[in-house]
Design a protein around this ligand. Structure first.
Ligand code: PEP
Ligand code: MG
Length: 321
């Protein structure tokens, strides 16, 4: 089976009816690129940059970050490299930070922390912008909950650009800025978000956590963490369809994208960009190659609409047959 999948590495991810699908990789550190190459991914859909900040006593400076981002951009040879600004806080706290938030997942994390620590954010933005000269680098902003956060982020990006111009350092003036849709409020206000962002990426891990009020790292409630909950499927479908209608590129970079039992369901609701761990990519591609969208779409629509678990399970079996 592994060998069979291995042969798909350089095969284009196209459905039986000829729809081209983008299969991107999630990475944590530049070292992961070797595995990305093995997987045949055609870009990086999620570079979890916070891993550069973890397990150490100091913070990575602008130059160190620049080297890391540039390495990835160069090694990907002009394929898309989506760098998520640090998603620290919650389960990924900095060493030494006396975070005593009672509710870390609802606290000062991700873009909230970036906006509260503008100097740290500025260094990262400059590092990413400098790396953008070396490939197709994009900026992805995690945990957006309102439009003001987008405005402030764009303001900081513009300021970082201005300082680089002043320093006569080159960067991609047209760098794309996207947002993660992983808080239900963002999904519900998508129209206003889309007017300000170049692309969207759905973080299903957090979207499930926040929609169902289930802590994603608490084993005691793990049985309630349900990607098939009708509310989750409805939200994901709403995001994808709204984005497709507005012609704003949308991907999923949460665990659902790399789980082959969801591949056809996601294709059927209109997803054309998936980002996942490199080790999952060929199995997902295998599903895509065997899928015919005109057959899948009606079944996927039925699954989204049903609220009976047994019916859903039966439809899903049929879909994945
Ligand atoms: C997500 O929330 O789905 C996601 C991709 O981000 P992370 O898992 O790093 O929170
Ligand atoms: Mg997330």
């Amino acid at each position: 089976e592994r060998k069979k999948l291995q042969r798909l590495k350089s095969v284009a991810a196209v459905t039986l009816d000829g729809t081209q699908i983008d299969l991107y990789a999630n990475i944590e550190l530049p070292e992961d690129i070797a595995q990305v190459k093995e997987s045949g991914a055609t870009g990086i859909g999620l570079f979890r940059s916070e891993f550069l900040f973890l397990n150490r006593d100091d913070l990575p400076g602008e130059d160190e970050q620049f080297e890391a981002y540039r390495t990835v951009a160069v090694k990907m040879h002009k394929l898309p490299v989506t760098i998520r600004t640090f998603d620290l806080g919650a389960d990924k706290s900095l060493k030494g930070s006396e975070q005593v938030a009672t509710n870390p997942a609802l606290g000062l994390r991700a873009i909230r922390l970036s906006l509260a620590e503008p100097k740290m954010f500025h260094k990262q933005l400059r590092a990413i912008l400098r790396a953008s000269k070396y490939g197709d680098v994009r900026i992805l902003v995690p945990m957006l909950s309102n439009v003001a956060e987008i405005d402030q982020t764009l303001h900081y990006i513009e300021y970082a650009k201005q300082t680089l111009r002043d320093d006569k350092i080159q960067f991609d003036e047209h760098i794309k800025v996207g947002g993660m849709i992983e808080i239900p409020a963002a999904a519900l206000c998508l129209e206003t978000f889309m007017r300000k962002l170049d692309f969207l990426s759905i973080g299903t891990n957090d979207l499930i956590q926040y929609t169902l009020a289930v802590d994603r790292i608490d084993d005691a409630v793990a049985h309630l963490y349900d990607p098939f909950h009708p509310a989750i499927l409805w939200l994901i479908s709403h995001i994808i369809q709204s984005a497709n209608r507005a012609k704003v590129p949308v991907s999923i970079c949460g665990e659902m994208a790399g789980d082959k039992q969801f591949t056809r369901l996601l294709l059927g609701i209109g997803l054309q960009q998936f980002s996942m761990y490199p080790s999952q990519l060929l199995a997902v591609k295998n599903q895509i190659l065997k899928s015919h969208l005109p057959d899948i779409i009606p079944l996927a629509q039925k699954i989204i609409k049903t609220d009976q678990p047994e019916k859903m399970a039966a439809l899903l079996t049929k879909l994945n047959d």
